[in-house]
Write a protein that binds this ligand. Sequence first.
Ligand code: MRU
Length: 368
Amino acid sequence: MRVKGKQYRTIWPDADDPRIIHIIDQRLLPHCFEIEKLTNINNFITAIADMHVRGAGLIGAAAGFAVYSILLDSKKEWKKNLEYQCRRLIKARPTATNLAWAVKRQLAGLSEITDLYQARETSFKTAIAIADEDAECCRMIGEHGSAIIEELSRKKAGDTVNILTHCNAGWLAFVDYGSATAPIYAAAARGIKVKVWVDETRPWLQGSRLTAWELSQEGIAHEIVADNTGGHLMQHRMVDMVIVGTDRTTRRGDVANKIGTYLKALAAKDNEIPFYVALPSSTFDWDISDGIRYIPIEEISADEILYIKINDADGRTIRERIAPENSKAKNYGFDVTPARLVSGLITERGVCGANETDIIRLFPEKRV
Ligand code: MRU
C-alpha cells in the first residue's frame, strides 16, 4: 500500500527490536497518520477493542503478534498464562472470525512445545506467516476479482466501471491490498477505468474516513455518498457492481459485514446488479451454516450514534452531541447478508458461488 508515495503494511515488527509491533492508529485518519507501538498484551487488546486496528484481516494479524507478545511477558507458568490471556484476547472483537482463527492457529503450533524460548520463536514465525499470508491472499483476490471488472469494462466498451463499496475492506482492514479494494487496484493498474462510490458508513465512518483516504492515496476516482444513497444510484444504473468485504462467512455463503451491507444487497438484487463479497479463506467460519442464527453481532457503544467525533490534524478530538439529551440509541456493528443475495465470493483460490457445493469445490479439504 502507498501512503504519501511510501510503501507500508498496516502492521509490522520493529526492524531493530521485534518485541515492538508497529500499527497505524486508524482512529486518527484521515487527518493524522500516526504510528503506534504495541509492546504488551494489554496494548494489543486495547488496540483491537478500541479500533486503533480494525477490519477482519488486520484484527487476525494483530492477534497473531499479540500471542507472541504474551509469550515475551510470560515466565514459569507460561502455558497457563497463555491460555488465560488468549481467552481475554478473543473477547476483544466477537464478530470477525479472523481473531479466533489466528489465536487457534498460534495455539495449535505451540501445543507440543514445552520450552518457553522455543515457544517464543515459533509464535513469532507464525505471526509473520499469518501477516504474509494475509497480504498474499489479498493480492490473489485482486487477480481473480479484477477479471470480473475487466469483463464489465469490455461490456461497456471501455467506459468507466462504477463500483459501490461499503465500510472499509481496503488495505487498512488487512495487512496489505485489501479484499474488496484489491480487484479495484489490480484493474486500475491494468488501465481499466474505474470509479468507486464510497458509502460513508455511519456511525464510525469507515467509508468517508478510511476508504476514501486509501483511494486518494492510490489515485482512484471516487465519490463519497451518504449511506442511504446506494439504492437510488442502482435504480439509475450508476452502479455496475457492488464489492464488499466480510467479517465472517459461513460454509453455505451467508456473510456478516458492516451494518447496512444487507440493505445494499437487497437493492442490488432488485436492480439486477452483481453483488460480490471478497474474502481470504481465513474469514470462513467452517463450523456454521446459518449466519443469521449463529454469527454473533457486536453491539457497540451508543455514543457513536448520539455524538459526532472528529480527530483534527493537530491531534485534537472534537466531540458534540447530535441527539436530544434524553434519546437513547442502539448500535449494531454488523448485519448478515444471506447467501441468496450474493452473486459470488472472490477468494484467493478463485471466484465461487455463495453456496456450500461451490465453496467446497475451491476448498475441498473442508468437506465434512
Ligand atoms: O468494525 P470494523 O471497522 O472492524 O468493520 C470492518 C468491516 O466491516 C469490513 O467490511 C470487514 O472487516 C471486511 S474487510 C476485512
